[in-house]
Design a protein around this ligand. Sequence first.
Ligand code: GLP
Length: 241
Amino acid sequence: MEVIVRRDKEAATDLVARLVVKQVMDDPTSVLGLATGRTMEAVYDRLVDIDAKEGVDFSHVSTFNLDEYVGLAPEDENSYRSYMNKYLFDRVNINKANTYIPNGIAEDLEEECRMYEAKIRAAGGIDFQLLGIGSSGHIGFNEPLSALLSLTRVKALNPETIEQNSPLFPSPEMMPRRAITMGVDTIIKSRRAVLLATGESKAEIIAKAVEGPLTSIVTASALQLHKHCTIVVDEDAAKLL
Ligand code: GLP
């Protein structure tokens, strides 16, 4: 596991956006694993910026998002599909037919999860997985005590995650209590993973994930097992390292 510390949020975000651009330039048919959350908004803004100035061809890329809330239709304004359209897909020349996000209103959720894994395999696996980290230590929505060998499945969200994410909904009760998420093993199998964390509020969980024991209580610690993982943090998030 490689850890890169940048002075501030802007510099850390810029580095991660540059790594995505390099991946797409080196292999225009890359399969990207994408993440959501506030931290990623800045990464996508930066990507759009670089694209406008330098031109990045996303037209042959395919993408798989980490997760989606159960019960939210793709067109719901709080769904991760809407988030991705807003922050990235509507702003670059990506072919939306090649962008995959679990369907949170699938009739058979288990089948939806199995199909999602099958689609990732059929695409040849994920070349580059972008990650944030929740304050519970989750990657995707792999909450504490997720099995390290887990694949895509439905997870109940824990109270800390509900507290962290409910302000993003018009009212806190509107936040779903379950999500479909890629499993820890789905993420570990990606060829390259890049996790971005910024701000002091992430310092404690970053220290646990990077320097603590490998434990399913902090699912991000499973990245210690990843063959090619880079953790990018700003000085605030690196404070306890
Ligand atoms: C959500 C996503 C995670 C992401 C986390 C970080 O919970 N499911 O994939 O890592 O948000 O959120 P933020 O960047 O807002 O701190």
